[in-house]
Ligand binder design. Structure first.
Ligand SMILES: Cc1ncc(C[n+]2csc(CCOP(=O)(O)OP(=O)(O)O)c2C)c(N)n1
Ligand SMILES: [Mg+2]
Length: 559
């Protein structure tokens, strides 16, 4: 047999002389990024020179505060599922963006922070350079799993590609690249690095068989989805049908199974079902509420799918643990399950009845639900809803029907007040083809309200509904109910929100009822040239917490 000639390696891409900054920007473009959300400053002047040079291929969207830039990148990452980047100066610039970076970490969102640095030779010398901060690299490393500093232009492209790869490998998440102000401008011959191959962990077929046997024999199987299931909607839907298993999604797992499917549930019905389930399939979720708040019956078995092997056993040893992306693992499970699955009658009638019972109880928060129904009626099925840490938001997490994955953005366990408006701006900027509606309280909206200027300047047609109760209402109600009405730090003084919006050039109006909200939304969604702000003055709203923090299963058994 004649030996085959070894295949020739592809010719390396031709090297071109460019600055470190140009190499980073060219690499972002080579990876399909089309925007950098940014706020400039002296340490990044040469990065902005490169952004100018490539501005026909990569847009720079500048904001009025670094948290706006980072939240916009987060919103864009959440709706596209693809890496997004933001750029800020060191020290205060980085720290101003840090709540958003922390939220990106908590949400496993692929956000790349490009962070400036003081002159290279002086890093770590505490000379008091402009924006110097002690051990910036160390601070960044506490915030994200993947970080690097560019020391010379020859490294810039590869380091950028390595960060972008790390952000999508295993458990996705944010990364950061630092570069000193003088290094950004240094030149060298650079070959722009193409995307590095992503490796999937091998699928454990024995574990798949074990999972299929357990689920196939289960009497009352249940599926719980988290953010890690957002790209496995088709698979979860098929599996739910095969098993007649209800699918619980709360916040990050909403929209994986269409809310119009009778098997699609959220809280509070999800807790009843958890209490009854004999086998639970958990897809891309920490299961924190289930394992910590509700507790687990010794007899119930859990099959876990997670991109991060560390996650499986943190709180409870699962019967089967599968590591990797949910989609491919579920495809294997779908192929194996028919061999083991019991014949199952439809659970749809039972679920329709049980959902109706809970809907009646949820009338306790009818004011919030009325507004949510108005939004759902006007927002097209692929429209995106952005939640906030506010009364109508808490209700939305359990009662807003979600029809498609990545159309309900809720900020994960950080729950940072004020994330909503700027995150929604990023979502709308990255998905100009679908409408985005953000809700906020008067408290949360004011965190990033100045980004209204960004919305106008970059013509972002976001619709924002601000529910104004003149208070940090959630805190105020707790002070009232639990702390003898000793109100402190919870009443607010607000601007005239309509005048505020109009002063920027936004469309703005004030309405008071759900019916009027529908009409206002119809006008707003027809206006695609720029942003709209709708203010809804409200009084104190009923507490949603009994439907969310429901306590352990023991209390369930007593009812
Ligand atoms: C960054 C951050 N700071 C503080 C909080 C605590 N917090 C939770 S809800 C809330 C008040 C929210 O007020 P508002 O946005 O007006 O919504 P409302 O409850 O009045 O509807 C506060 C201060 C938080 N979640 N995140
Ligand atoms: Mg409020």
């Amino acid at each position: 047999m004649t030996k085959k000639k070894p295949a020739k390696a592809a010719a390396p891409p031709a090297a071109e002389t460019m600055t470190a900054a140009e190499a980073v920007v060219a690499t972002l473009i080579a990876h399909g990024l089309d925007t950098v959300y940014a706020l400039p400053g002296m340490q990044n002047d040469l990065l902005f020179e490169a952004l100018f040079k490539f501005s026909n291929r990569l847009r720079t969207v500048h904001t009025r505060h670094e948290q706006g830039a980072a939240y916009m990148a987060l919103g864009a990452a959440l709706v596209t599922g693809k890496p997004q980047a933001y750029a800020v100066v060191p020290g205060p610039g980085l720290l101003n963006s840090s709540a958003a970076l922390l939220t990106a970490y908590a949400m496993n969102a692929p956000v790349l922070a490009l962070v400036g640095q003081i002159p290279d030779a002086d890093i770590g010398r505490s000379l008091g350079h402009l924006h110097e901060i002690r051990d910036q690299t160390g601070i960044i490393k506490r915030l994200v799993d993947h970080a690097a500093r560019i020391h010379k232009p020859e490294q810039a492209s590869r380091l950028t590609a390595l960060m972008l790869k790390a952000m999508r490998t295993g458990r996705p998440g944010p990364a950061a690249l630092e570069c000193a102000l003088d290094v950004w401008g240094k030149s060298a011959p650079v070959a722009v690095q193409d995307p590095l191959p992503l490796r999937q962990p091998k699928i454990d077929v024995d574990a798949i068989r074990k999972a299929a046997k357990l689920l196939g024999a289960a009497k009352r199987p249940m599926i719980i989805c988290g953010g890690g299931a957002q790209d496995a909607s088709a698979e979860v839907t098929a599996l739910s049908g095969m098993l007649q298993a209800p699918v619980l999604g709360y916040r990050r797992g909403r929209g994986v199974l269409d809310s119009r499917d009778p098997l699609s549930v959220t809280l509070p019905l999800g807790r009843d079902l958890w209490g009854e389930a004999d086998v639970v399939l958990a897809v891309g979720t920490r299961l924190l509420i289930q394992l910590r708040q509700w507790g687990i019956d010794r007899a119930a078995k859990i099959v876990r799918i997670d991109a991060d092997p560390q996650e499986h056993g943190r709180l409870h040893k699962p019967a089967v643990a599968l590591t990797g992306d949910a989609g491919p693992i579920l495809q294997h499970l779908l192929a194996e399950l028919p061999k083991h699955n019991t014949k199952r009658p439809s659970r749809a009638p039972e679920m329709v009845e049980r959902q109706a019972t809970w809907r009646k109880r949820l009338q306790k928060i009818a004011p919030q639900i009325g507004f949510l129904e108005a939004i759902r009626a006007e927002l097209p099925e692929d429209g995106i809803f952005v939640d906030e840490v506010t009364q109508v938001g808490f209700a939305a997490r359990i009662a807003f029907p979600v029809f498609k994955p990545r159309t309900f953005l809720s900020p994960g366990y950080q729950d940072p007040l004020g994330w909503g408006f700027a995150t929604a701006l990023g979502a709308q900027h990255a998905r100009p083809d679908v409408p985005v509606v953000a809700i906020s309280g008067d408290g949360g909206f004011m965190f990033t309200a100045t980004e209204m200027a960004t919305a106008i300047r970059h013509r972002i047609p976001l619709v924002t509904v601000v529910f104004n109760d003149g208070a940090f209402g959630n805190v105020r109600r707790i002070q009232e109910e639990r702390y003898g009405n000793r109100l402190i730090g919870s009443d607010l003084t607000n601007p005239d929100f309509v005048a505020f919006g109009k002063s920027f050039g936004a469309e703005a109006e004030r309405i008071t009822s759900p019916t009027d909200l529908r009409a206002a939304l119809r006008r707003a969604l027809a206006h695609r040239a720029g942003p709209t702000l709708i203010e809804v003055p409200v009084g104190p709203l009923p507490s949603p917490w009994e439907f969310i923090h429901m306590g352990g299963l023991a209390s369930l058994r007593r009812t």
